[in-house]
Ligand binder design. Structure first.
Ligand code: KIV
Ligand code: ZN
Length: 403
């Protein structure tokens, strides 16, 4: 395995300053894939991995090789295939897991081993049966073991947000001293709020020993619907890696949605002053590829990639959009890979959008004809959810669309 793959803390792969560059760590193929309904076979995982690399993710978590022979094979194949993204494999803090992860990553151009260990009192007592000291010792021993294979080591303190902050300082300080190059602060159960996240990351960055030697990372779950807001709060506090998934898939209510984080950083660039390496025009195609591979669609009103994200039905909004697109859109559909805004014709639509659509279909109508068509259009829209082009053709020709 390549021992030279760890990124120095002050630059990213393409030489950007780490100060204003947020690394996107995609875990669609690990945390996303392990959620019910989203499992993918090797072929699907490889296909998705290639799309994620083209999208521009910095680190791609390909799987948990110890979990199953198929997951091992998927990680191995992805590691052999990818050229620019760092391929990451998850491992518990156990020698067997680490050795398996290292074998799966053997042929990667750039690789990372991601170790995780629970740190919260609940997990220490009920899941691990370990004392604080045992947790610290296990983390150190595992990081040192993983370092024999790989220079790029991430350590995650599972359930960090329900862990005593002072203990987190102890664990992360020990992890960095043992050689971790990224320290991840997961909100494993989606419990924290954005203001608490801002405070916690700030506190950790101030108190963890040699904090500057590691990249601080955030990994948020969406149980209370705050995963993206919490991730952005972490970034505001200095985290420079965000762990996220396409369409926000992941355990229970999911992980922070990659497309939402990336577009928030782009659209509100003056606010955050940060960049990612993502080609945002590939967001929608990548989202659609995932829905094809898993058979799970995204809801219509999903931010950025839902069918309604750039669609308008109400007459007032459509009128505004026809005058100036910025009235009701804060980003252009083309920026995320959607060809154009849709003005959906339905019972909320007005004359302006109707006339525009009729003209686009080649029907120029005078005001009198328009009044009659508009009345019949409204009656039809009350009966149907959406009025389609073929219905409009019939209306314009004086025919009954229902006939
Ligand atoms: O949610 C979590 O804590 C995880 C870790 C493995 C990082 O997925
Ligand atoms: Zn997770």
């Amino acid at each position: 395995m390549n021992q030279q793959t760890a990124q120095r803390n002050d630059t990213t792969a393409n030489g950007d300053s780490a100060e204003d560059r947020v690394r996107i760590f995609d875990t669609t193929l690990r945390d996303g894939e392990q959620a019910p309904g989203f499992s993918m076979d090797r072929r699907a995982k490889l296909c998705m991995a290639q799309a994620l690399e083209t999208l521009g993710v910095d680190i791609l978590e390909a799987g948990f090789p110890q979990a199953s022979p198929d997951d091992f094979a998927a990680v191995e194949e992805i590691a052999r295939t990818l050229r620019t993204a760092t391929v990451c494999a998850l491992a518990r803090c156990q020698t067997g897991d680490i050795d398996t992860a290292a074998r799966a990553l053997e042929h990667a151009k750039s690789s990372r081993i991601h170790l995780f260990l629970s740190t919260s009192p609940l997990h220490r007592e009920h899941k691990l049966g370990m004392s604080k000291q045992q947790v610290v010792e296990t983390a150190i021993a595992s990081i040192e073991h993983a370092r024999k294979y790989c220079a790029d080591i991430e350590f995650s303190a599972e359930d960090a947000m329900r862990t005593e902050p002072e203990f987190l300082i102890e664990v992360f300080s020990a992890a960095i001293a043992a050689g971790a190059t990224t320290v991840n602060v997961p909100d494993t159960v989606g419990y924290i709020t954005p203001s608490e996240m801002l405070e916690r990351i700030t506190y950790l960055r101030q108190h963890v020993r040699d904090a500057h030697k590691a990249v601080f990372s955030t990994h948020c779950h969406d149980d209370l619907g705050m995963a993206v807001a919490n991730s952005l709060a972490a970034v505001s506090a200095g985290a420079r890696q965000v762990e996220c998934t396409i369409n926000g898939i992941g355990e229970r209510a999911g992980n922070a949605a990659l497309e939402e984080i990336v577009m928030a950083l782009k659209v509100r660039a003056p606010h955050f002053g940060l960049r990612t390496g993502i080609d945002t025009r590939k967001l929608h195609p990548t989202s659609r590829l995932l829905t094809q591979l898993t058979g799970q669609v995204v809801q219509r009103n999903k931010a950025i990639v839902g069918d309604n994200a750039f669609a308008h039905e109400s007459g007032i909004h459509q009128h505004g959009m026809l005058k100036h697109r910025d009235t009701y859109e804060i980003m252009h559909p083309q920026d995320v890979g959607i060809s154009e805004t849709t003005l959906v014709l339905g019972k909320h639509s007005g004359r302006h959008a109707l006339r525009q659509r009729l003209e686009a279909l080649g029907h120029t109508v005078d005001d009198e004809a328009m009044e009659s068509i508009f009345k019949r259009f409204k009656a039809l829209a009350d009966r149907k959810r959406e009025v389609r082009d073929e219905d409009l053709e019939a209306l314009a020709l004086g025919q009954d669309p229902d006939a």
